[in-house]
Design a protein around this ligand. Sequence first.
Ligand code: CAA
Length: 240
Amino acid sequence: MARVALVTGGSRGIGAAISQALKAQGCTVAATYAGNDDAAAKFTSETGIKTYKWNAADYEASKAGIAKVEAELGPIDIVVANAGITRDAPFHKMTPEQWKEVIDTNLTGVFNTIHPVWPGMRERKFGRIVVISSINGQKGQFGQVNYAATKAGDLGVVKSLAQEGARFNITANAVCPGYIATEMVMAVPEKVRESIIGQIPAGRLGEPEEIARCVAFLVADEAGFINGSTISANGAQFFV
Ligand code: CAA
């Protein structure tokens, strides 16, 4: 039986590449999105991957959405918590709203995505969880106190889940992308972006497919002993 995979934020950017890589690996994929109906419809028509709309920051919406996916596609075996946003500002200018929006989506959203599928994974004694963290959760980033806090939090989430899930054959791992050529990075002012690229020894931004490769590796049936780990894919910009 094909594994069923849920990818949040799975119709654009890194998430879209992950959805496609998992489909290519034989999974039945459900890709979620929060708002961009046009991008989701285009993604489905180009890839044949079903998309589902809900806000990862909303627990009840996540629970209902996940129930719908499971009714249509079967029990979820693989969760890739990828949905994330930025609200960059230096700390002295950061508003409580900018803090809260990022925490709600990037960190509470990870809880909301994993918590409803966890009991089923325990019962079936199989699960693969990957949380998309960031280089900036590892090293911090000027202008990203909120985002870096969530991405560092992701690492605590997977290390704890790994310990709780191991005896049920559930793994939880993190991928820390560096700067990848997506709309999120393209939204950084050009001058700042150029200076960031100057700090990447590879001399370029990463490609979404280079992150999808890490995820495909971690969610394989054969990857059961890789648990609680972090894969960095950042063009040699930062080492833990
Ligand atoms: N290090 C040190 N100083 C910096 C700096 C940096 N990285 N960036 C800006 N500054 C300085 C500025 O030069 C300026 O100094 P002066 O006042 O002496 O001129 C001061 O900080 C304040 O700058 P601004 O008033 O211009 O600040 P701003 O309100 O315009 O905000 C910013 C600036 C939004 C933080 C902008 O610098 C920015 O977008 N930085 C990029 C942040 C970033 O890397 N985001 C990643 C997005 S992609 C992503 O998140 C994906 C992922 O996982 C990697």
